[in-house]
Design a protein around this ligand. Sequence first.
Ligand SMILES: [Zn+2]
Length: 232
Amino acid sequence: MMLGLIIADYWWFAIPGILLGLYAQMKLSSTYNKYCRIGNARNISGAEAAREILDAAGLPSMPVNEVGGHLTDHYDPMKKALFLSSENYHGTSLAAVGVAAHEAGHALQHRASYTWLHLRMAMVPITQFASMAWMGIAVLGMFMGMSPKLLGIAIVIFTVLALFQLITLPVEYDASRRAKEQLFRLGLVREDERPGVSKVLNAAALTYVAALVTTALQLLQFIMLARDRDRS
Ligand SMILES: [Zn+2]
């Protein structure tokens, strides 16, 4: 993604996004590594926590599946199913129940017809198209230079991507809010375990903030480049 931009003017616009992204990744892995070693008091697994939350929310038939990979946990709104990575599916750590509850939080949003989740889902196809289109534009730009026309297209693409990442923020923060609410309401996590769960979920959310900042700064770079071209 960055390759075509490094050689362009305002390349330094990318630096804060890259630094924040690195920081967010480091913060997430150190926080996750810490709290995936601390067992929760009730000794329940992520899968069990998710199951209890879904059952309590009137979603007893929603499957909780195990999926390969590290931190690949997600809710699939098309399949209406939860997918938890093996370590969170089987794990009985604070991190495991926190992440599992967060994914269940997305299912609760779906059930409650949470506006931002629906907006985000509606934007998925156009965002996928924009990401693919950018790959073509970036390659063209690298070989031919960013013409005013390519810059215009890049601005449209990055506006779409930034909007998508902006809409993702309330979805992610609200899923964590719902997760914590249910964990404590159902007594899955004790009061003294609250800070640990919050830290894991906040660290995960920071990666979404970093992604937005990175995209917004790239958009700004293209806008500045286009402005300069207009003047010359
Ligand atoms: Zn999420």
